[in-house]
Design a protein around this ligand. Structure first.
Ligand SMILES: [Mg+2]
Length: 260
C-alpha cells in the first residue's frame, strides 16, 4: 500500500489523529543558514487547514521551540523544540523538569565556544539549553570538523552535555535521556491519540519513528512514519521509516490532501 491509501483511515478520524512534522528539510527547504530558512505561504496555509481539522498538529525540531514558531509564523500549533526537551503549547513555553538547570549553564557555554570560533567560518548558535556549531558555510568541511571536535571534547569535560551530530551541525545539548520520541509519546497519551503521522528527514527523527512504533505494540494505536529524501539525508532515515517522500514539495502535497 502507498502512503495515501494507508492514511485514508487517519483522514476519516481527524478527532483522534495527530500530525507531527520536523521543520528544516521537511516543511522547509534546507537553507544556507538556519536564519535564512523559511516556510512557504503554501505550507503555512496547509498547516492552518490541518490545525482546523486534526486533534494535534505538532512541529518537531532541533531548533528551540520559539525559533520554530517564529519560522512557521502560526500561533496555535504545538511546537516541540530542542529535540524534545522543551515545547510551546497553547502559546506557553514548557521545559522538561530535567533540563531546567541548563538554562543557567547555556550562556557561559556559548561564550566559551564563541571565543574559540570567532576567527573561523564556523558559526556558533546560542540555544537556551546549549549551543550548536554550524559548518554548512565552511569552505572545507573536514577541516571545520577537525577544529570543532577537540573543542567539543573540552566542553564535554566541563559541562554535563552530550553531542548530537546533524547535517553540517554539531550540537551540544543537555545530557538527559529525552528525545523527540519521548515528548511525542507523552503528547499522544495525554491527548488520547489513536493515529499519528510523523514526517522527518534527519537522523534525530529516527527516535520518533521508533518511539511511535513501540507505542503501537502496547496501545491501541496506529503510527505511520515518512522519511523525506534529500541529497544530504542519511539512508538510515529512509530505512527506519514506513514510507519515503521525495522532498518538501511531496510533503506539502500529502499534507494538503490530508487537510482537504
Ligand atoms: Mg530536518
Amino acid at each position: 500500500m502507498d502512503i495515501y491509501s494507508t492514511l485514508v483511515e487517519f483522514k476519516a478520524h481527524p478527532g483522534v489523529t495527530g500530525i507531527f512534522s520536523d521543520l528544516d528539510g521537511t516543511l522547509s527547504a534546507i537553507a544556507q543558514t538556519p536564519e535564512s530558512a523559511s516556510v512557504t505561504t503554501g505550507v503555512r496555509e496547509v498547516l492552518t487547514m490541518l490545525k482546523e481539522r486534526y486533534k494535534v498538529v505538532g512541529i518537531v525540531s532541533g531548533r528551540a521551540s520559539d525559533d520554530a514558531k517564529r519560522m512557521v509564523g502560526l500561533d496555535d500549533l504545538l511546537y516541540i523544540g530542542s529535540h524534545g526537551v522543551e515545547w510551546i503549547e497553547e502559546g506557553e513555553r514548557h521545559y522538561a523538569p530535567e533540563v531546567k538547570k541548563y538554562l543557567d549553564m547555556a550562556p557561559s557555554l556559548h561564550n566559551e565556544l564563541s571565543d574559540y570560533f570567532t576567527k573561523t567560518d564556523i558559526r556558533v548558535e546560542k540555544k537556551d539549553l546549549g549551543a550548536a556549531l554550524h559548518y554548512r558555510l565552511s569552505a572545507d568541511k573536514d577541516a571545520a570538523l577537525a577544529l570543532i571536535e577537540p573543542v567539543v571534547e573540552k566542553m564535554l569535560a566541563k559541562y554535563p552535555m552530550k553531542v548530537v551530530r546533524g547535517r553540517f551541525v554539531v550540537e551540544l545539548k543537555p545530557d538527559i535521556g529525552l528525545d523527540k520520541g519521548d515528548t511525542i509519546i507523552a503528547v499522544c497519551l495525554r491527548e488520547g491519540l489513536a493515529n499519528v503521522l510523523y514526517i522527518g528527514d534527519d537522523v534525530t527523527d529516527i527516535d520518533a519513528f521508533k518511539a511511535l512504533r513501540r507505542l503501537e505494540e502496547t496501545e491501541n494505536f496506529k503510527a505511520v512514519s515518512a522519511a523525506v529524501a534529500s541529497n544530504e539525508a542519511a539512508a538510515e532515515v529512509a530505512e527506519a521509516a514506513d514510507f519515503s517522500l521525495a522532498g518538501v514539495d511531496e510533503v506539502e502535497e500529502l499534507l494538503r490532501w490530508l487537510a482537504e
